[in-house]
Ligand binder design. Structure first.
Ligand code: EPU
Length: 337
């Protein structure tokens, strides 16, 4: 267990932003993590997992703790469900593939989401009609201030759309060390109602899809729309889809009859931010090495050497234009640091 100094965080964040960590340690055991939390020389801590949902805009003076805890464990198996406990440092997509190989159902729609298991509850990752909360059982945490271990139940996590207690009351207070999921072992309830999945399965003449078929459909859709962070730095959706009132929506619809929407409740409608951004002309635009992806305007990209500030400036510029045109305030879903 050694603390390294002046380490570039470029390989540790999927945006590929080159900021410096003054002090850096990669942690592979719970005991080491507890020890590190007690080190008197480093009162400030900065926790990094898969680095897939953050935009780094400055060098980090705090002790950067890279969570590299590994392990997958079957905790309990009943007639048709299984509880699996996955260490925080496991790659999310590798976990999904492992679940499918074992014929455990529930996470196949969440295939190919970048990042690690430990950060998946923070923003309640979601795609193609499934959210993390649908398969979440509980998560184990360490309190940063004390090193005390505890567990957050589904209720305690207070999950919402791209939101949880870890973005609110519990923000920066805990390190998630593992997540336990409740998956199905038979009678899987596949969620293929999302238009793009239905089309993809139809195209491949699949009428009775397996977990693997659904996963492959999702992988193929994501690959056609979303840039691979290994090739072009990005953080998936940079913005959340804004929620507006029905009244506001009807006014917009008069002006823009083709405006896409999802119903949230009797009084609220969600608008795809990607559509709003495309309408104001940013889709595929590039400013130096910062840009807006050509196939999905919700995704900001780093073509190589953009700084976090350059990406952030572009984000502000987009927010302003969307506000000016639609009077809708879109906001980032990634953490800006
Ligand atoms: N659209 C455009 N132009 C664009 C992008 C989208 O007009 O450039 C419109 C289209 O009308 C499209 C609609 O937006 O039909 C919805 O697009 P899409 O199905 O790609 O979904 P999204 O609302 O843009 C959300 C999630 C994605 C997730 C997809 C699929 C958020 C912020 N994003 O995107 O999540 O993969 O649904 O479920 O909710 C992520 O969080 O990193 C992410 C990729």
């Amino acid at each position: 267990m050694t603390i390294k100094h002046n380490i570039s965080l470029k390989p540790y964040n999927t945006f590929g932003i080159d900021v410096n960590a003054k002090n850096f340690i990669s942690i592979t055991s719970l005991d080491d993590l507890k020890t590190v939390l007690q080190l008197p020389d480093y009162p400030e801590k900065f926790i990094i997992g898969g680095g897939s949902n953050m935009l780094l805009t400055q060098n980090i003076d705090a002790l950067t703790i890279h969570i590299n805890l590994r392990g997958k464990e079957i905790v309990k198996q009943t007639n048709d469900t299984v509880l699996v406990k996955i260490a925080a440092g496991e790659n999310w997509h590798q976990f999904v593939l492992w679940a499918i190989d074992n014929d455990f159902g529930g996470v196949e729609n969440l295939s190919l989401i970048p990042g690690n298991v430990g950060t998946s509850p923070v923003q309640n990752i979601g795609a193609y009609g499934v959210e993390l909360k649908d398969v979440f059982y509980n998560c184990s945490v360490l309190e940063i201030a004390t090193g005390n271990e505890s567990t957050f139940s589904l209720d305690a996590c207070n999950f919402g759309y791209r939101n949880s207690v870890f973005k609110n009351a519990a923000k920066n207070k805990y390190i998630i060390t593992s997540v336990t999921f409740k998956l199905t072992t038979k009678n899987h309830s596949l969620n293929t109602s999302y238009g793009a999945i239905e089309q993809e399965l139809k195209q491949n003449n699949i009428n009775n899809p397996s977990l693997k078929d659904v996963s492959n459909a999702v992988i193929s859709i994501r690959q056609s729309k979303l840039p691979n962070p290994k090739e072009i730095g990005n953080s998936g959706s940079f913005f959340k889809n804004p929620v507006i009132s029905i009244e506001e929506f009807h006014l917009l619809q008069q002006k823009y009859p083709n405006i896409p929407s999802y119903t949230v409740s009797d009084s609220e409608i969600k608008i795809p931010a990607g559509w709003l951004i495309e309408q104001v002309g940013f889709k595929g635009k590039r400013f130096g090495d910062a840009g807006v992806h050509k196939n999905q305007a919700l995704v900001l990209v780093n073509y190589g050497n953009a700084s976090g500030q350059e990406i952030l400036d572009l984000a502000y510029h987009i927010i302003e234009k969307v506000k000016e045109t639609f009077n809708i305030e879109i906001s980032p879903e990634v953490n800006i640091l």
